[in-house]
Design a protein around this ligand. Structure first.
Ligand SMILES: [Zn+2]
Length: 99
């Protein structure tokens, strides 16, 4: 199979896995799906989509779901950023909001 096709399929699978993980109510299962998505990204050397990368805590690497395992605070309108606090390790990081 062509490398390009492989990467395309990998990206699609990552998308599906991340979306499933976000909807998953079982935290352990969600983390597992997110982990598989990450593995695929590494194996096929594709970048995780920006949206998906924001779902992993920058510090403890845990999969965090905004509103569930993370506290989200929207900053001032000017900055277009959100503050995400990982409830697992307490680390806070910023996420720039896309237009
Ligand atoms: Zn964390």
């Amino acid at each position: 199979m062509l490398k390009l096709q492989e990467k395309q399929i990998a990206r699609e699978r990552i998308d599906i896995l991340v979306n499933t993980a976000l909807k998953e109510k079982d935290e352990v299962l969600a983390a597992r799906q997110a982990w598989v998505a990450k593995k695929i990204a590494m194996r096929f050397r594709v970048r995780m989509p920006y949206e998906a990368r924001q779902l992993f805590c920058k510090k403890c690497k845990a999969f965090i779901v905004p509103g569930r395992s993370a506290r989200v605070r929207v900053g001032r309108a000017k900055t277009r950023a959100m503050r995400i606090t990982c409830l697992k390790c307490g680390h806070t990081y910023r996420r720039i909001l896309a237009e």
